[in-house]
Design a protein around this ligand. Structure first.
Ligand SMILES: Cc1cc2nc3c(=O)[nH]c(=O)nc-3n(C[C@H](O)[C@H](O)[C@H](O)COP(=O)(O)OP(=O)(O)OC[C@H]3O[C@@H](n4cnc5c(N)ncnc54)[C@H](O)[C@@H]3O)c2cc1C
Length: 383
């Protein structure tokens, strides 16, 4: 049929962008609709880290951490202009995680991802290094490395490459309806245009179930939890190019990350919410982050020091645990209705694993489109 696309993607966040790039590079005909601007939702409200996720080791998510560490290596190589390794310091406190537990975690973190140019972890004595930043109750800690990224740029670079390879990317274009017509989908956009596609991919991030319920009008198989994470930005709290991984007594972790040369980015919180729309920080979250700084740093801050805030929504796969422990891994729900056109819903995920996710999405669809593992290409070609 003329004007038939191979893949229609709802959502131009990092996941949609990564799939569009990978698929168009394999010669597939791709259409992506984004209701706002590409990369302007969750994918630009992150902590801007390409990281293994040290704390997920506590939840025994070894597979996720290993994949994330391998991807950290890949993304650093394909996007060198927007990524940079950054040291992270964990101040040790006797009350919380033991030295043995942290050393074990860091040993795994250094080794789970295989070969890397990123430096290994080490012990730090604050009388010798990173002086005059932390309060005197912290005398020693540990240093490990992760990678900082320009998250929005990462989306835009994937989109630009997808466009170069022939993908059609439409911004300010909302998908309002999608009907399965035997072996293809007919997708209606908010300008009333109708697009036909063999496959439909729902990469709407935290809006996933809104699409499932209101656009596709099918029963959602998986429930998700919408968890708001907020950051505050202050003038930089110290001069050194080092980030801190602060442990709170509620067992949560707060990052303090050097940001754009003159600022510190501090986050995040975790608050359950009902809607993915217009997330913004509450007063309580601001106080939580400020208190975390004031419990660790010599420099004390107050609400007046906040120059900006932003919040994003994590669509976490519901498994009835407390938010910190809910998996950050992704799950595909491939909806195949006999011989009818397939629908693939993407639940969860991380910025870090978007490339692998895109590759796995396409491989999962190889019954419908000519996709071959040995033609996987995105790990080698620079963005
Ligand atoms: C606070 C916070 C911090 C994080 N920090 C990190 C981190 O440091 N490192 C990391 O690896 N991961 C991090 N993550 C996770 C990461 O940001 C997300 O997993 C990732 O950005 C999700 O991308 P996405 O493409 O699924 O969603 P999104 O970026 O939200 O994209 C979905 C898109 O779908 C569009 N859309 C919705 N409905 C429609 C419709 N009807 N029609 C057309 N378009 C539609 C939306 O406008 C949106 O742009 C963090 C997440 C949060 C919330």
């Amino acid at each position: 049929m003329k004007n038939m696309f191979d893949i229609f993607i709802i959502g131009g966040g990092i996941n949609g962008a990564g799939i569009a790039r990978d698929a168009s590079g394999r010669g597939l005909k791709v259409y992506l609709a984004e209701k706002g601007k590409v990369g302007s939702a969750t994918s630009s409200w992150s902590s801007k880290l390409i990281h293994g996720g040290l704390r997920y080791l506590e939840n025994y998510e070894f597979k996720l951490v290993a994949e994330s560490l391998r991807e950290r290596e890949v993304i650093t190589q394909i996007a060198p202009a927007i990524t940079k390794p950054l040291p992270f310091v964990i101040p040790h406190t006797k009350k919380l995680r033991s030295k043995l537990l942290i050393r074990l975690g860091l040993f795994l973190y250094d080794n789970l991802g295989g070969k890397t140019k990123i430096p290994k972890s080490s012990k730090i004595i604050f009388a010798k290094q990173y002086q005059n930043i932390l309060q005197s109750k912290f005398t020693e800690g540990f240093r490990y490395y992760d990678v900082q990224v320009d998250d929005k740029k990462l989306v835009e670079m994937n989109i630009d490459d997808a466009k170069k390879k022939g993908a059609i990317i439409e911004e300010d274009t909302k998908v309002i309806n999608a009907n399965r017509i035997d072996n293809y989908w007919e997708i209606t956009l908010n300008n009333n245009e109708k697009i036909k596609s063999k496959i439909l991919i729902n990469a709407a991030g935290p809006w996933i179930n809104e699409i499932v319920n209101n656009v596709l009008k099918i029963n959602a198989k998986k429930s998700i939890r919408l968890v708001r994470g907020s950051h505050i930005i202050t003038k930089k709290l110290y001069d050194e190019e080092v980030a801190f991984t602060l442990q709170n007594e509620d067992n949560r972790i707060v990052f303090v990350i050097p940001y754009k040369g003159e600022y510190s980015l501090i986050g995040t919180t975790e608050v359950d919410v009902d809607t993915p729309d217009n997330p913004s920080i509450s007063n309580e979250e601001k106080i939580y982050l400020i208190n975390t700084i004031n419990n660790h740093f010599i420099k004390q801050i107050s609400q007046e020091d906040i120059v900006e805030t932003y919040s994003g929504i994590r669509p976490l796969i519901e498994d009835f645990k407390e938010a910190t422990k809910v998996t950050r891994d992704y799950i595909f729900d491939l909806n195949e209705d006999n011989s009818q056109a397939p629908l693939l819903n993407i639940y969860g995920g991380k910025l870090t694993t978007y490339r692998k996710l895109a590759e796995n999405v396409l491989l999962a669809l190889n019954k419908y489109i000519p996709v071959n593992k040995k033609n996987s290409w995105t790990a080698k070609q620079k963005l």
